[in-house]
Design a protein around this ligand. Structure first.
Ligand code: ADP
Ligand code: ASP
Ligand code: MG
Length: 411
């Protein structure tokens, strides 16, 4: 039997009614002749609640216990969906990550999947089971402890299963009907894309578009998984949603395909550090060891042998970054006059494969922001993206203005 992977996100399993509705979609695919692997998220809001409980109990928590608690939301939905399917006379059972087993690294709260042996699940399909309902987001470490894959990780579970079981397709059911030119929740004019190239989806995801976890896109690209994003609320339509595919499959290509944003950024500046070989390493090694996700980096021109170094990181990591830098200063590894954190910034990015062959895109982006009176604090570019750090209060305005200026509402 061909295998299909279907993933249901938090809002798609938020209530028993929604679980019933999702189960009907699964039943339809079983009727279409598939053995189905369903990957479920926790009911929406559940993971946040669990994270809150952990932080309240132990602010500097043991990451292994964080994973033990935070992974549990998915267990509930997996069991409930298996029960619902059984009520519909479909042979189904639930699987927690460790039972499959989904083998991961031991990096708690940000583990990577290393292997998913087919044996256990395939044996059950051979016995007549039609649906394996697997708890997403979780796995088991080499030490036998429960791990989680980072927020949004059920997408990655789904793609990894599709690759491991050579599935015909991986369908990601969510609360929007596909991938849009930007988040439809902040721009009315956002347009749903029928197709998007892996490279572009990868950039959009890593720049903040949370519709797919970045790692899931990486895996789909590497293992050539046919990946589709669609709504779990619309009517059944085999052509619905957005296909994430190779660049060659896309005929028309605008210079810019999408706008992404990341709301919770912070900009940190080390004022007056010695401008000498090894200084960047002396600053960024302790940050990396403290697990800080440094993103943009700018070093100013030096004056009299001293310079300012600016970087961005998630706003939630500012306290840890400050501690790591202070410790490096106390240990005499770096010397700076002051450390200034600006926690009211956001990152806005434009992405498009077409930028490779078209000049003037950056100039146009800066002109649009200037026209809106938005000051740019940091800029970074790569071949297919341009990102700017701006005051958070202008984030929505910047996204909408760029969406308009690059005419993304037009196909
Ligand atoms: P799920 O719970 O199904 O995993 P998520 O909340 O993780 O859903 O992701 C879906 C959300 O991603 C949408 O509700 C939307 O607000 C947001 N989003 C951000 N950028 C985009 C985009 N370019 N296209 C579609 N959705 C986007
Ligand atoms: N429930 C997890 C989270 O909220 C994983 C997921 O939904 O993908 O991050
Ligand atoms: Mg998600």
């Amino acid at each position: 039997m061909p295998i299909l992977v279907m993933k249901f996100g938090g809002t798609s399993v938020a209530t028993l009614d929604r679980i019933a509705r999702a189960s009907k979609r699964v039943a339809r695919e079983v009727a279409n002749g598939y053995d189905v692997i369903v990957i479920v998220s926790a009911m929406s809001g559940k993971t946040n609640e669990l994270v809150g409980w952990v932080e309240e109990t132990s602010p500097l928590y043991d990451a292994r216990e964080y994973d033990a608690v935070v992974s549990s939301g998915e267990n509930v939905t997996a069991g409930l969906m298996a029960l619902r399917l059984q009520e519909m006379d479909i042979p189904a059972r639930s699987w927690q990550g460790w039972q499959v087993p989904v083998k991961t690294t031991g990096t708690h709260s940000a583990a990577r999947i290393e292997d998913i042996p087919q044996t256990n699940i395939m044996a059950k399909f051979a016995e007549g089971m039609k649906v394996a309902v697997v708890a997403g987001f979780q796995g088991v470490s080499p030490e036998g402890r429960i791990t989680t894959l980072g927020r949004g990780g059920s997408d990655t579970t789904a793609v990894a299963f599709a690759a491991a079981f050579d599935a015909e397709r991986c369908d990601i059911y969510t609360d929007v009907d596909g991938v849009y030119t930007t988040d439809p929740r902040i721009a009315d004019k956002a347009r749903k894309l029928d197709k998007i190239a892996f490279e572009e989806m990868l950039e959009l995801a890593s720049l903040g578009a949370k519709v797919l976890q970045t790692r899931s896109v990486e895996l789909a690209m590497r293992y050539k998984v046919k990946l589709r994003v669609l709504s779990s609320f619309g009517e059944y339509d085999p052509e619905a949603g957005t296909l994430v595919c190779d660049e060659e499959e896309i005929v028309e290509q605008n210079a810019v395909s999408g706008v992404a944003y990341s709301r919770d950024e912070a900009k940190m500046t080390l004022i007056s550090v010695a401008d000498r070989p090894g200084i960047a390493s002396a600053i960024f090694t302790p940050l990396s060891e403290a697990g800080i996700n440094v993103d943009m980096i700018v070093q100013n021109i030096s004056e009299e042998g001293r310079t300012d170094m600016t970087f961005s990181c998630p706003v939630g990591q500012v306290a840890r970054a400050e501690k790591a830098l202070q410790e490096a200063k106390t240990a005499g590894q770096i010397n700076y006059h002051d450390l200034v954190a600006d926690t009211d910034v956001a990152k806005v990015s434009i992405v498009g494969i077409g930028m490779r062959s078209q000049a003037g895109i950056a100039a146009k982006m800066f002109e649009v922001l200037a026209r809106e009176g938005i000051n740019i604090k940091v800029i970074t570019t790569s071949e297919i993206k341009i990102s700017v750090l701006i005051d958070r209060k202008y984030m929505e305005l910047a996204v909408q203005a760029l969406h308009d200026a690059f005419e993304l509402e037009k196909g």
